[in-house]
Design a protein around this ligand. Structure first.
Ligand code: SF4
Ligand code: SF4
Length: 306
């Protein structure tokens, strides 16, 4: 049995129970902070920094000024209460603790492996009965790879099935540490065009391509997921290129199409940021059927959603 550091600490911004979309069975999703990518359609912008973030809902604010009075770093000015100077804020949460209306919400908390496992244990019976388990998500879980490794080792010690949602962007050290503890890898593939990738994701796709091959060779159940975004990759040509690439990945036989949605739009407002996708309309299942047909022609099992 591998030794486990139950005192290892990481920054977790959410734990969601009863998910049926992020791996087999009914699962609990542990969301880790930090992501090196900046996908313009990101629906979890509060995950991007590793440090905790404060969301501010101006519609709930009564301008009492308590947040500005208590902030030890001067990140909220008395003349503009509630508005956080994000370059100064360290995510200590003092302001959230004194806000009387819930206008300030802390996203991200330093937790130990032991604390997270205690929460996950609530659903042990459900994991067993449904064939489910734990999924690590983010952000990009490979950013906090040392914490992720200890957490996964602890999940395995409980006998739980494990999955990871990853962009594939991380060091080989992180991949070799984390992936051996995983049963299912849900691996993103956004675009095979490196210039398009750099423009809309913030990094080129060279490292991700190399890591995708590496991850597939580690012999886990690997499912490719394609966030399908108008103006970025929602064309037949893009899907043919993605299918050709997926054909080179050892053991991959399933691709999930994730149609673009705008669920994260309001969070940008709460972070005082503009929504990068402007007015681009959501896609629905019927809009991406054509891409499903293409992937099936290449011999892949294909699911819309997932
Ligand atoms: S989280 Fe801490 S540093 Fe950030 S604004 Fe609130 S009190 Fe200030
Ligand atoms: S403490 Fe809450 S309600 Fe009061 S000014 Fe700050 S954000 Fe607004």
């Amino acid at each position: 049995m591998a030794s486990i550091n139950y005192k290892a600490k990481g920054v977790v911004f959410d734990i969601q129970r009863f998910s049926v979309n992020d791996g087999p069975g009914i699962r609990t999703i542990v969301f880790l902070k930090g992501c090196p990518l900046r996908c313009q359609w990101c629906s979890n912008p509060e995950s991007q920094r590793v440090a905790p973030d404060v969301l501010f809902d101006a519609s709930e604010c009564i301008r009492c000024g308590k947040c500005a009075n208590v902030c030890p770093h001067g990140a909220i000015k008395p003349e503009n209460p509630g508005h956080v100077h994000r370059d100064i804020c360290v995510g200590c949460g003092e302001c959230v603790g004194v806000c009387p209306t819930g206008a300030l919400i802390l996203k991200g908390e330093v937790s130990t492996v032991e604390e997270v496992i205690r929460q996950l244990k609530k659903d042990t019976v459900m994991y067993r009965k449904s064939g489910g388990g734990i999924t690590l998500s983010g952000g990009e879980p490979l950013v906090q790879w040392e914490f992720a490794t200890e957490l996964l080792k602890a999940c395995k010690a409980q006998g739980w099935n494990t999955a990871i949602e990853t962009t594939g962007y991380g060091s080989s050290e992180a991949i070799e540490s984390v992936i051996p503890w995983i049963d299912y890898v849900l691996l993103d593939c956004k675009s095979r065009d490196t210039n398009v990738h750099k423009k809309y994701v913030g990094v080129d796709n060279e490292l991700i391509g190399k890591n995708s091959v590496h991850i597939a060779e580690l012999g886990k159940n690997t499912i490719i997921r394609v966030p399908t975004i108008p103006g970025v990759n929602a064309t037949e040509e893009d899907f043919r290129k993605i299918a050709e690439f997926a054909k080179t990945l050892s053991g991959v036989d399933t691709i999930h199409i994730l149609p673009y949605h705008r669920y994260g739009e309001n969070k940008y407002k709460l972070l005082d940021r503009d929504y990068p996708m402007g007015q681009i309309k959501e896609l629905h299942a019927e809009d991406v059927e054509i891409f499903k047909d293409i992937l099936e022609q290449y011999g892949f099992k294909c699911l819309i959603g997932g």
